[in-house]
Write a new protein. Structure first.
Length: 227
């Protein structure tokens, strides 16, 4: 039996399309058409991933995300209209893992689901003391970072930024989420500071800082650490 995916969308055509496409790839799929049904299915059916449209009747997608995060860390991929950037940011701040802009291709959705499942598997295991991403190694108990076997000297803030991003590998973290976690709530609008530290960190860990492979920019949203 494949992983369970709960699709939440009030457009019947979209629900049928996603159920057909995902089922054909071996996933077990359920569809909910409003926020109340989504919450009920999430509790009873216990999906492995939730694909959540934000524009829902009865209970909107943001509230659904908020309530689910009160008791579960199941990966949530939100679907949003192209002009709903603030909604995407808010959903990610509430704990969603990723987002897709409508219209999107099935291959793109499948790729996001695979990443979400890998992130979920990593998160469900006891916190790994050492994380390895290609030739980058992060020894968290000793706070040592190496690249190609060579020690990388990071300032305390650079290390905390790398630790935060890598601990959520595959997940989009918003600017506000990162700033709040590293610098505190009074700095959550300080994008220039974040950009400076991201640039410094890329110079130290990226083979080519101009074309980063570890720390990817999500324009207007935040950053994603590539698994």
């Amino acid at each position: 039996m494949g992983e369970r995916i709960l699709v939440v969308d009030d457009e019947p055509q979209m629900g049928r399309l996603l159920k057909t496409g995902l089922s054909a790839r071996g996933y077990e799929v359920a569809v909910a058409v409003d926020g109340e049904e989504a919450l009920d299915q999430a509790v009873r059916w216990k999906p492995d991933v939730i694909v959540l449209d934000l524009g829902l009747p009865l209970i909107d997608g943001l509230e659904v995300c908020r309530r689910i995060r009160g008791w579960s860390q199941v990966p949530i991929i939100v679907l949003s209209a192209r002009d709903g950037e603030q909604d995407k940011v808010e959903a990610l701040d509430l704990g969603a893992d990723d987002y897709l802009i409508k219209p999107f291709g099935m291959d793109e959705l499948l790729a996001r689901i695979r990443v979400a499942l890998r992130h979920s598997t990593r998160a469900s295991v006891t916190e790994e003391p050492v994380l390895t991403f290609g030739e980058l190694r992060i020894d968290r108990p000793r706070r040592i970072v190496t690249l190609k076997g060579q020690d990388i000297h990071l300032t305390p803030t650079e290390y905390e930024l790398l630790r935060l991003l890598s601990s959520h590998a595959g997940k989009v973290l918003t600017h506000r989420t990162i700033l709040r976690a590293i610098w505190g709530t009074s700095y959550e609008q300080d994008l220039p500071t974040l950009r400076v530290f991201i640039t410094q960190l890329r110079r130290k860990i990226e083979p080519d800082p101009a074309q980063p492979t570890f720390i990817l920019t999500e324009p207007g949203i935040g950053y994603r650490f590539q698994m």
